[in-house]
Design a protein around this ligand. Sequence first.
Ligand SMILES: [Zn+2]
Ligand SMILES: [Zn+2]
Length: 256
Amino acid sequence: MFFSDRSLSGHAPPKPPRKRKHDSIELVQSALKYINRTRWLWIGTRGVSYWLWKNDWLKAELKSHMDQERLIGPNELTGTMEILDRLFFGGLLHPHVLVQWRSDMGDQVGITTFDSDDNGNALISLSPKRAALAGQTPTQAIISNLLHEMCHAYILIYACFGECERPQCKKPHPTYIQKIGAKGHGRAWQMLAAAVEARANKVLGIRVDLERVTAAWTEYQKSGVWPSNGDVQRLFGGVAPRDQEVLPATVWFDLS
Ligand SMILES: [Zn+2]
Ligand SMILES: [Zn+2]
């Protein structure tokens, strides 16, 4: 019997990823290599997307919207998602992800759903009500919110959620809760979001905040899972997440 296509987790290595097939941590570790690839190796569609972001999108579109405090339209939202996908997720998301504005989500500012019946595609819904962090412009809020949800989509589409029939890939197994999380903000999402946030803040030219601390705190309240000391160092700069980072008053953006 050959095990060469199997990793330590018992899942196939995520290169290239296939839908719902991979251990979430191994999947994210392979994404980190792409995210952190040195800038001069950004060629092909990634290089083009970076050029588009810097020369077209950021300067022309987003700045005008930022000034007007208006939301970007549905087509622009889809275009933005594709650019961010090529910059940070290897272009693996946009063929399988729809993104839309949705105004009836209660207190939630973003949600990502996955439908295995719908060809295994994900749907990202963003609320125009975005709990903007102090000093955040609408553009920063939209891009931060979108990147947060794209990290969810990546894991929802490509990680194993029990398709392998191993109990540790299913709720409520402790391994599942630790890696995926009761609210989707487990270790896999935190690792991915930390890397995307750090790289985005280096290259995009705007400040993004994926609300990782809030996510860690709400995850802890739901599941009791808390980052290890090593993860506190690696993911949170040595400062353990606390509930003091509460969402400030929400800001409604103009939908017109
Ligand atoms: Zn599995
Ligand atoms: Zn989330």
